[in-house]
Ligand binder design. Structure first.
Ligand SMILES: Cc1cc2nc3c(=O)[nH]c(=O)nc-3n(C[C@H](O)[C@H](O)[C@H](O)COP(=O)(O)OP(=O)(O)OC[C@H]3O[C@@H](n4cnc5c(N)ncnc54)[C@H](O)[C@@H]3O)c2cc1C
Length: 444
């Protein structure tokens, strides 16, 4: 079988090693990922996806699915296998009357945000606009609107999916409801999603970011106050904190009426200043679209990356002390982002996504350029994040590393895993889709 045979069945392009565009297509966000698929199929429609899935199965090729290419461990790119590159399917169509968006399986978050905001609408998307709708939504999808409108996956009305059998199905509350359940949090295990249908919400598009900065040695008392206030925050506010080197930024992101936001931020500022005067206050009004791209550069491509995440059900004093124990070198950056609100309104059993009682998501993130630093930077990040293990209630599937079943157990309960396995048995009994946080079928 040659490239020409495969190309004859595909409307898009088939790339092989050495072809123009091949290296660009296999390069993903994390520069640690350096794998070489035998074929990259740049699909332009669902028909191409069906042909690529069938070809991979007929020729026993490992199958990876690339949307935004931001999967932390790079499952999208299978060595010597076939990568379906969905990026040519990046379109978003909005119907302002029904407040629905049809989003192709390779779209980036920025395309969704922009198309929806053109009509004064939005749905929950992540914090960096070059992330893919595909991977983010299938694992859950946390963003600044989640406390008001739920996770990205909670806003999916239906999915168009190409299954391992090469069938094209629609999964919704009424059609293939088990598959619909599994696709909302179960990742890329169940097929290739060629279209997401999202519910949109009226959103005038005004936001404010507020940060109160403290040196780490003085951050304990204000951080406790910030934590105490977070539980009563209105849903327009997402409490967040970052630690970069020895600087701690405590604050929130507001999306909604700016006058209300100013009042909430002023009250938070007063409370924090009561405990300790911050070294700097940075309060920035911006549009929602500006908010959605403000981390794009700092979280840009081409660097080597290592992330370790935890879910916390509470930020108790001991946890905060451990978080602020920033001794040693090469420490990763830290982010904390509040859950709650509409995320917790959804019953845990309603979706594969789990741990809706999470109070804060923690991510320790290291980035560096020199491959010689890999081991040193990763072990420093692991060591620091490891000091937080004992406080964790689990982890977000979309920030898991390559930890196999141990990772899955952090993301899902036994009961959820059993139900996910039952759906896998139904739609992918041969585990064709295994380059992901893999939920193997029971026969594997
Ligand atoms: C810079 C950055 C910022 C992030 N910010 C957030 C955030 O704010 N909120 C949040 O919740 N998460 C966030 N994440 C985590 C993010 O959700 C995951 O990394 C996610 O996997 C990225 O999806 P992708 O489509 O870009 O990645 P890809 O690497 O293209 O895909 C990851 C996996 O998802 C599956 N997949 C992707 N598309 C499809 C599809 N159409 N059909 C079937 N399977 C598919 C495949 O299994 C694939 O291996 C962030 C990650 C990064 C790197």
């Amino acid at each position: 079988m040659t490239q020409a045979d495969l190309q004859a069945t595909i409307n898009g392009r088939v790339l092989v090693p050495g072809a123009a565009g091949y290296d660009e297509a296999r390069t993903v966000w994390n520069a640690m990922v350096d794998r070489r698929p035998r074929y990259i199929v740049q699909c332009v429609d669902a028909v191409d996806v069906v042909a690529a899935v069938r070809f991979a199965e007929e020729h026993d090729l490992g199958l990876g699915i690339r949307c935004g290419g931001h999967g932390i461990v790079g499952h999208a790119v299978p060595d010597d296998g076939l990568m379906i590159d969905l990026r040519p399917m990046g379109g978003v169509t909005v119907d302002p009357t029904t407040r629905r968006a049809r989003v192709q399986g390779g779209a980036l978050l920025g395309a969704l945000d922009q198309a929806a905001q053109a009509h004064g609408l939005a749905t929950t998307a992540g914090n960096v606009s070059h992330t893919g709708v595909g991977g983010l939504t299938l694992g859950g999808g946390m963003g600044w609107l989640a406390r008001r409108h739920g996770l990205s996956c909670d806003n999916v009305i239906s999915f168009e999916v190409v299954t391992a059998a090469g069938d094209t199905l629609r999964a919704s509350a009424d059609e293939h409801p088990d598959l619909y359940w599994a696709l909302r949090g179960g990742g890329g295990n169940f097929g290739v999603v060629t279209e997401f249908e999202f519910a949109l919400h009226p959103e005038p598009g005004q936001a404010i970011s507020a940060e109160f900065h403290y040196p780490v040695a003085q951050a304990g008392p204000p951080m406790r106050r910030w934590r105490d206030l977070s539980g009563a925050a209105p849903r327009q506010a997402t409490y967040n904190a970052t630690i970069v080197e020895q600087d701690v930024a405590l604050g929130l992101v507001w999306v909604g009426d700016p006058d209300d936001g100013d009042a909430v931020i002023a009250a938070l500022g007063d409370e924090l200043a009561d405990v300790a005067e911050p070294a700097a206050r940075i309060v920035e009004p911006m549009s929602y679209l500006q908010l959605q791209i403000r981390e794009d550069d700092i979280e840009g491509h081409a660097l080597r990356r290592y992330w370790k995440g935890h879910y916390f059900q509470a930020l108790d004093d001991e946890l905060l002390d451990a978080l602020l124990a920033r001794d040693g070198s090469d420490l990763p950056n830290v982010s904390l982002q509040a859950y709650g609100g509409a995320i917790a309104d959804v019953a845990d059993a309603a979706t594969a996504f789990s741990q809706r009682d999470t109070a804060f998501e923690f991510v320790a993130a290291a980035r560096w350029a020199d491959p010689d630093d890999d081991e040193r930077r990763m072990s420093a990040a692991r060591r620091y994040a490891g000091t937080m293990d004992r406080f964790a209630s689990g982890a977000y599937v979309n920030v898991l590393g390559d930890d196999g079943v141990a990772g899955l157990r952090l993301a899902y309960s036994e009961e959820k895993l059993a139900r996910l396995t039952a759906v896998k048995d139904e739609v992918d009994p041969e585990n064709v889709f295994h380059f992901n946080q893999n939920i193997p079928p029971s026969t594997a």
